[in-house]
Design a binder for this molecule. Structure first.
Ligand SMILES: [Zn+2]
Length: 200
C-alpha cells in the first residue's frame, strides 16, 4: 500500500533525527538526499530496511515480514497465527495482526476463534482462553488451551514446535516459515541514503 504524503514526511522527520549518527562532513549531503526523496523512494527505503513501523525492531512485525522464523499455523488477510515458543500449554498460539497497532483490530478476532476451534479439535483441552496482549506496542491475541495442569511457561524445542505445527495444520510438511537467507537484497536504482536499520 502506497504511503501518504503525511506518512512520508513523518518518516523523513524520523530519518533526519538520525543525522547525528553520521560524520559531520556527510550530514549535509544525507540531509539533502532525504529531503529530496519521493514517496516511492521513502517507501522503498522503509522496505529495504524492514522498518515496518517507525519504532523499529518489533519482533512481531519482523515475523509478519518473514524476517524472523516462526511456526505458522493459520493465516487470514489481516493476521497470522503462530505457535508461542515459550508456551504455557500445548498448542499455545499467538494471533498477530499484520499491522503494528496498539488496539486489536476487530477483524483479527475471527482468526483467533478459528485457531481456538482448531486447537479444541486437535488437542481436546478442557477449555481455550483468548487473551489480549500488547508487546512492544504491537497488540495481539493469544489463544491458550487449558488442560488443568498448567504451571509456567517453558521454552519448547524446535521438534516439539514442528510436531505441533504438523498436528494443527494437518500437514506433514518440513518447512516452516523460516527466513530465507538469500532473500533478494536487490540494490535497486533508488538512490536512498544508507542509514542504520533501526530507528530508536
Ligand atoms: Zn509490530
Amino acid at each position: 500500500m502506497p504511503i501518504t504524503d503525511e506518512e512520508a514526511s513523518k518518516i523523513k522527520e524520523q530519518l533526519l533525527t538520525q543525522l547525528d549518527n553520521f560524520p559531520e562532513d556527510k550530514r549535509e549531503q544525507i540531509q539533502t538526499q532525504i529531503n529530496s526523496m519521493t514517496n516511492e523512494q521513502i517507501e522503498a527505503f522503509v522496505k529495504q530496511n524492514q522498518l515496518t513501523h517507525l519504532n523499529g525492531g518489533c519482533i512481531f512485525c519482523s515475523i509478519i515480514a518473514n524476517k524472523t522464523p516462526s511456526y505458522k499455523i493459520a493465516e487470514s488477510p489481516d493476521g497470522t497465527a503462530i505457535l508461542e515458543i515459550n508456551p504455557l500449554s500445548k498448542g499455545h498460539a499467538l494471533i498477530i495482526p499484520k499491522e503494528h497497532l496498539e488496539e486489536i483490530p476487530e477483524s483479527i478476532r475471527s482468526l483467533a476463534q478459528q485457531v481456538a476451534t482448531k486447537l479444541k479439535e486437535t488437542f481436546s483441552p478442557n477449555d481455550v482462553q483468548i487473551n489480549e496482549l500488547k508487546i512492544m506496542d504491537h497488540a495481539l491475541l493469544e489463544v491458550v488451551p487449558i488442560y488443568g495442569d498448567e504451571t509456567e511457561k517453558k521454552q519448547a524445542t524446535e521438534e516439539e514446535l514442528k510436531s505441533l505445527q504438523n498436528q494443527i495444520t494437518g500437514e506433514a510438511k518440513e518447512e516452516t516459515s523460516e527466513t530465507e537467507e538469500d532473500v533478494e537484497e536487490d540494490e535497486g536504482d533508488e538512490e536512498v541514503p544508507v542509514l542504520p536499520p533501526r530507528i530508536p
